[in-house]
Design a protein around this ligand. Sequence first.
Ligand code: GUN
Length: 295
Amino acid sequence: MPAELIDGTAIAARIRGEVSAEVATLKASGVVPRLTVVLIGDDPASAVYVAGKGRACVEVGMDENTIRLPASTSQHELMELLDCLNADPAVHGILVQSPFPKQIDPGAVIRRIDPSKDVDGFHPVNVGKLLAGDRDGFVPCTPAGIQELLRASNVATHGLHCVVVGRSNIVGKPMAALMVQDGPTANCTVTICHRYTRNLASFTRSADILITAVGRPGLITAEMVKPGAAVLDVGITRIPDATRKSGTRLVGDVDFEAVREVAGLITPVPGGVGPMTIAMLLRNTVRAAQRLAAA
Ligand code: GUN
């Protein structure tokens, strides 16, 4: 029997509905949650992502403003802008879209954002809170979204082996930290695999939950998946496809059609993990506003 599909679009819509209600409550008390996105340069993919984030904010009733800076922006100019946004009480969430132009030091940018406005969850204070199991911090949006997908799909994660393929700071490492935590939809035994892992299949085949985030289409084949496993695919790569009007299509890291015959649960690409990232960004922003309002 083919795997059950995890419908990320529907689960994200439910979360956006919950966020809308929380925004309405905040607005009734005079607080309009605001996300400020900083976009440096003219990377077309980043422009598309940022536009999506902006639209989503507006749909749930939040304020959004995108500050577009030229690719020539200096580190100093960006730092000054971040200081202004940190000090502005009307701004609840700050997100600087990556990748950055070469002259910008990504680590310095992340460290400059006030951790209480770091809705990406990338600041070392938030990373530390995640590792320490302190629920006070902001959790990076994609891993938080994947945990929500597992929760919504009623996966009893306790004691399962969760294998994360990819060790990025945005997805792989925080994902592993979340799943190893002592708490609901966690308590897994976690393995992180990466480009130097020897015999990747020997790890993926023992995964009850397999999460892949590397951006390599077709990396995960049916033989690499344990029958009945939950497979969550973060990869999103545009490949040529002559059968499509656009001439391209989006694919994940998983050989979807073949793995679907083996797995118990699987996320499609698109429509799986992707919609959750924005939903969790909205949730983080409304939390930031709630905390500021309560302070
Ligand atoms: N670029 C790609 N994904 C992300 C993300 O989640 N946050 C930021 N700030 N930049 C990104």
